[in-house]
Design a binder for this molecule. Structure first.
Ligand code: UGA
Length: 433
């Protein structure tokens, strides 16, 4: 099938490459000429394991190209995927400016019928709005059918998730459009779920809100564990054995970040508010997450005066295997440390470049974990990169001036921590001193 994917951000790029890999002819369109040119040269602007190799393979086989030329992008596709950003506005609601621009372009450039598939996360009712816009902008005689096809990829494992997703949600009341999407995705052999447009839109928000709730829930339990001398790792494991609960997303830490959970939870509170529903539970999820992000430095302040101290910040990305700094807990932590008068020396294997743009400029950067730890008075583990998890704890004791370790991701067992001469404080577990 001939497919055009509008927007080559994280979702658009993985979708374009994935669809090309399963045999479709795909054009990735981006309004940014530099980005389109970079991709067309075979370079991947984001860090996503496996994506560059797959992109290269599809380009060599001639099934994938990138362009900033709207005429080319909209000339032939049977299916147009909308994967442009929907950034949060100041009030938490989603900004639909880019989506509206795409609708105008479709109307302007397309002279044949097509199915328009929305991948971007959009508030309930938006796809009906898109359908209306397309009707208004369409040239005489052309007809577009909108399908809501929300995306469930995780950053860092996007390629794997594309081929191994739990479900593909197809939201439309048009049988022909639904059939086309079934055909498109058939090579993946994944479970398909057909529903109406608004339910599909809601599935996306409800799924992310539920996962965020699971994280805030386990983080609250971890806070209680610390006070009642229980161990969060055992508690989460024991809970996860119940198949109704499941073991996933029960990893206590310093809160969720990224481009999705923070944005989507706030947007869903807004969506509920518009229909006079006070989504109290979700508001608490957000509040707990904000508190959790501040908890590590709070604990550190209880045992040392941070002023004038050298603080190593280990891991900056919002989670491992990505260079994404959006809403990363490291942002709040770096600010708190600087505010308390500490010198911050940060290290991340992939996100340092992006971090320089968003972290306060006083933050210094080390080029290795060892360099960050050398002479530090206190260390904060913020992202559980394999390199960080695998670093022997003995190195903290050897390299740091004062081996005080605050681990926001429970990277080490308490037994291991007990074998070294250090102060080790983690999440929801007894402190080893
Ligand atoms: C999330 C969802 O998992 C995807 O299904 C969804 O498609 C995506 O949002 C989106 O809406 O685009 P993502 O943000 O890439 O994916 O990353 P996750 O792996 O879900 O992690 C999100 C945050 O939760 C991270 O900060 C992570 O550290 C944290 N987390 C996750 C925990 O603190 N504990 C856990 O047990 C799991």
């Amino acid at each position: 099938m001939k497919v055009t994917v509008i927007g080559t951000g994280y979702v658009g790029l993985v979708t374009a490459v994935g669809l090309a890999k399963i045999g479709h002819t795909v054009i990735g369109y981006d309004v940014d000429p530099r980005k389109a040119a970079l991709l067309q040269r075979g370079e991947v602007p984001i860090y996503e394991p496996g994506l560059a190799e797959l992109m290269q393979e599809c380009r060599q086989e001639g099934r994938l190209l990138f362009t900033d030329e709207a005429e080319l992008a909209y000339r032939e596709p049977e299916l147009v995927f909308i994967a442009v950003g929907t950034p949060p506005k100041a009030d938490g609601s989603a900004d639909l400016t880019y989506i509206e621009q795409v609708c105008r372009d479709i109307g302007r450039y397309m002279d044949h019928d097509a199915v328009v598939v929305t991948k971007s996360t959009v508030p309930v009712g938006t796809n009906d709005h898109i359908q209306g816009l397309l009707q208004a902008y369409a040239r005489g005689g052309t007809a577009f059918t909108v399908v809501s096809n929300p995306e469930f990829l995780r950053e860092g494992t996007g390629v794997h998730d594309f081929f191994n997703g739990d479900r593909i949600v197809i939201g439309t009341s048009c049988d022909r459009a639904a059939g086309l999407l079934e055909e498109l995705y058939a090579p993946l052999g994944l479970p398909l779920f057909h529903t109406d447009i608004r339910s599909a839109e809601m599935i996306k928000y409800a799924s992310n809100a539920f996962l965020a709730a699971k994280i805030s829930f386990i983080n609250e339990i971890s806070n209680i564990c610390e006070k009642v001398d229980a161990d969060i790792e055992s508690v989460a494991f024991g809970m996860g054995l119940d198949r109704r609960i499941g073991p996933q997303f029960l990893k206590a830490g310093i809160g969720y970040g990224g481009s999705c959970f923070p944005k989507d939870t706030k947007a869903l509170v807004q969506i509920a508010g518009h229909v006079q529903h006070d989504f109290q539970l979700l508001k608490a999820v957000i509040e707990v997450n904000n508190k959790q992000q501040a908890s590590l430095v709070k604990k550190a302040k209880e045992v040392l005066e941070l002023k004038g101290k050298r603080a190593a910040l280990l891991g900056l990305a919002f989670k491992p295997n990505t260079d994404d700094m959006r809403e990363a807990p490291s942002l709040a932590i770096a600010e708190q440390l600087l505010e308390a008068g500490a010198d911050v020396i940060a290290y991340d294997p992939e996100a340092a470049e992006n971090a320089r743009r968003v972290l306060p400029e006083q933050v210094q950067y080390a080029s290795s974990l060892q360099e960050a730890l050398q002479g530090a008075d206190v260390a904060f583990i913020v992202t559980e990169w394999a390199e960080i998890v695998e670093l022997p704890l003995s190195q903290y004791a050897e390299l740091m001036r004062e081996p005080l370790v605050f681990d926001g991701r429970n990277c080490y067992s308490l037994e291991e921590a007990g074998r070294h001469d250090l102060y080790y404080c983690s999440i929801g577990r007894r402190t080893v001193a």
